[in-house]
Write a protein of this length. Sequence first.
Length: 669
Amino acid sequence: MPRLLPQNEGVRRRLLVQNAFRFDRSQWRPVEALRCTLGLALPLLIAVLLGHPSWGVLAATGALNTGLASYSGVTRARLRLMLTTTTVTAAVTVLGVLVGQNSWLGALAVLVAGVLLAIYGASGPAATTISLQAVTVLIVLTGLHLPLSQALPSGALVLLGGLLQTLLLAAVWPLAPRWPERRVVASVYRSLARFTEQLPTSPDHLLPDALPLQTAWALLDEANTYRWRTEHAELRQRLHRAEALRGAITGLAVADAEFRQVGEPERVQAQTYADALARTLRQSMDDIRHGHNAPADLEALRAALDVLPGSTTSLPSQRYRHWAELVYATLNAPARARPEQPIPAQNPAAPTEQPQTRQGWWSRVLRLPLGPLVLRHALRYGLALGLSTLLYRLLNIQHGYWLPLTVAVLLRQDYAATLTRGLARLTGTLGGVLLATLLVLLVHPSAAVLSGLSLGAAFLVYALFLTNYAVFSAAITVYVVCSVAASGLAEEQVGLLRIVATLLGGLTALGVSLLWPSWQSGSVWKTLQDAVQAQASYAGAVDALVQATPETFPRTLLEADRAGRHARALRLQAEGTLQAAALEPGRRRAEQRRVLFALLSRLHANAAQVLTLHAEAEALHTTHRRTRTQAAQHSAALREQIMQDVRALQADTDSLVGRATATDETATL
């Protein structure tokens, strides 16, 4: 769980190290790794038996990348992703061999491919994996100087290896249907439980990790494009509840810091409630992972809530009880009365939507986010790869492809990601290069033994893929070194050159990120302002839903759902931008960071209440008219409080943006 608000440079550097080397044991995947490794082992074994280990290495390259692609998407989408990865990997293999004999053509091919694949990779996590794999394969193949006659055979071997892996994963031993969906939703509850367990550690500087929530919504939205399942509706309801819980727990964390300062009894009460909440969240996590839809056991949480001070006590106690009650009410709320269905993106009947519909069609087909930040990063990414490729080729550095290869895997759109991932990747790559080089130099293994080492490294690649980027980098580096050595194309004396090229690649990526920066803090105010405005629109839509008549309820409900999705997307975008900006060196004063994250905490807290009212508003229209009238009157106070909060949040944000613009602070974020 990353800490988002560094107090000084020493803390900031410590947080960068912690984020780079944080190990998530829950993401250890030995079963999936074994399945993928078997699909990779078959071509290696066949090639060794035929006396052509290099054939197996090429086929295993396609199998390796296809197996990594199988970790993304819902069950049906994985087939498309694996086939796409197989095709792209085979295509860049042919291209790499064709241009590998000419330094200028090779550099140009890497440059153009880097630009195009960086744009494609910005469209989502799965696209990022595919694009990065394709770029690395292209760089390695251009550096091996294979004969032109091997272009098509090499591409065919990569294609066959990828297709074999796809066949095995999709037909022979497929994963349980909807297991990926259950796992990502359960991970949201796991992240909330971890956050709750660490509440005493400076909670005013923390927010629950947003990545699990983003990943879960992306996966379930992807499931909407396929046949609708009842379990998908149940998982979406669980995720709606988790989203409301995340906002309520954010408010609880802020109140917790004040409540614990009141006295020793309050610290004990807060810890008791936090422990009960963490156990409840972990129980929900286990139920989701095993496909159980039973309501959570809230007896311990209710008991912890009952001993909290009442409304006549101190203000910190009142605030804490307010958020504790909201957390309990969210967990205890009944499931939505309707099974949520996919929401159409637009109204095809509206004539004014014609140009947007055409643009949306291209967006769905290409999925290219052509924003200025994406295009600028794609250009610098392609230029960095092309120039580093040309440099080592003109200098005739043996196995110098490790230089652009390191740049390819380190350079990211924002500085924080480049630094954290770069630190992890550089450490893992250096460790992997050193280990593999020592094995080659000291053991002098045969091609068959090298193939076996590659197989063991491949298992670790798959098993560690999502746990920690550093150990994953070490494993995949060992795989690349042993595979290239097994093909007969490596020499024993290039270990030091690999290490030097890797270090130069890391310095190049960091230098490009600093000399041609893409600071996230330059858009931090505008992003937060947009998120607050979207939240205000969502609150207004929910308020209209509460007051809707039976005739207008369906249309108003659709508008509220759309507004909720838009508000959620902008809240998470604002959080990501603020997190990246906070890790940029010397870009903002600590007090400005506190103001920004205080506004973000208020935004999440307001979202929790709006989401709660949204669920109540839907329940109002499924009850008896008299009960509905009483419930509507009961929710009037909550509605008024929400609207007051969001208006105050808008006013504060607009005021701060105006002051920042007037003093030209946005230029120095």
